[in-house]
Design a protein around this ligand. Structure first.
Ligand SMILES: Cc1ncc(COP(=O)(O)O)c(C=O)c1O
Length: 327
């Protein structure tokens, strides 16, 4: 099966497993795990912040960020199909007592005017911006537009959290460092178990003071581990070995799109959006190609570390048969 359902399906490589096996470890809760400490130092620098915190998942990183930045009874405002509003099981309401408000926005990017028009947005509230934006098909938020929306949130007194689960994809696609977006937000999440190919792991970056308070949320949610250096070693390995190669995933996604008759201009990173027809996903699975859900009415084919040029060529061949693409 050519598994294009998600970039989360990757298995750790031999090099990554070797790095994990060789990791120097200690008790993370005592802040004595040297590999985790090194990961946090490097991640903070890469994301344009003073400090960073290792967390097992990006969901937990988002939830810890919201709890740290907000006051119960205030709002979390985000584009209506962001991960934090749709896929985190009501976490903002449950863990932080927040009122969840979604904005309908082109390419997952609320404009400054939209943020300016939200009622009851003020200190204690958080605006969440997602880059790349998953449900619009891995779209990249242009830096100038992002900066303007951040400024609109600040104008209202709200904090800004960047869900940059796939921020490295955005950075590689745009030719900007991840800190270019990261430093503009109060906190930023990056996930390592997607394009970067780790089995699990995320980081949350922010000011030293914010990250100190975030430790409380990490303990509260059960995310304070012990010898987390095993995971951190994989994450450090991924920073060295798996960032630049994201460009290959992006090129392969474009090639796949072209091959199956999707406009390659709609492919900015590693997602290929495919209009869904009843039974299409099952028919593709029967032909040995796995695709995932993107949003209602749309499927996605996602390239990643475990998909090479041959896989793309074969996937195109098999998908053409099912999609009846003109030759
Ligand atoms: C944009 C975005 N944020 C957060 C997450 C959550 O990541 P995790 O599975 O590590 O909790 C995902 C995962 O799919 C995502 O796409």
């Amino acid at each position: 099966m050519i598994d294009l359902r998600s970039d989360t399906v990757t298995k750790p490589t031999a090099g990554m497993l070797a790095a994990m096996a060789a990791a120097e470890v200690g008790d993370e809760q005592e802040r004595e795990d040297p590999t985790t400490n090194e990961l946090q130092r490097r991640a903070a620098e890469l994301l344009g912040h003073e400090a960073a915190l290792f967390l097992p998942t990006a969901t937990m990183a988002n939830q810890v960020a919201l709890r740290t930045l907000s006051r119960p009874g205030s709002k979390v405002v985000a584009e209506e199909r962001t991960h934090v509003l749709v896929y985190e099981w009501g976490g903002p309401a449950i863990h932080s007592g927040l009122v969840m408000q979604g904005l309908v926005a082109e390419a997952g990017r609320p404009t400054p005017d939209q943020v300016a028009a939200v009622d009851e947005l003020g200190p204690g509230s958080v605006v969440v911006l997602e880059n790349t934006h998953r449900s619009s098909g891995g779209r990249v938020w242009p830096l100038g537009e992002f900066r303007a929306t951040v400024a609109a949130a600040r104008e209202r007194g709200a904090a800004v959290h960047l869900d940059g689960a796939r921020l490295f994809n955005a950075a590689v696609a745009a030719g900007e460092p991840p800190s270019a977006w990261g430093e503009l937000a109060d906190t930023v999440t990056v996930c390592f178990s997607k394009g970067l190919g780790c089995p699990f792991g995320a980081v949350l970056a922010g000011s030293a003071e914010t990250i100190e308070r975030a430790w409380e949320g990490k303990f509260l949610l059960g995310g304070a581990l012990r010898q987390s250096g095993i995971a951190a070693a994989a994450m450090l390995y991924a920073l060295d070995e798996h960032v630049e190669r994201l460009a290959d995933d992006h090129a392969r996604a474009k090639r796949l799109a072209e091959g199956i008759g999707i406009d390659p201009a709609t492919v900015e990173t590693n997602f290929v959006p495919i209009p869904a027809e009843p039974g299409l996903r099952e028919r593709l699975a029967e032909r040995g190609v796995g695709v995932g859900g993107l949003r209602p009415g749309w499927l996605r084919a996602v390239t990643h570390l475990d998909i090479d040029d041959e896989d793309v060529a074969l996937a195109v061949e098999r998908m053409q048969e099912v999609l009846s693409v003109p030759a």
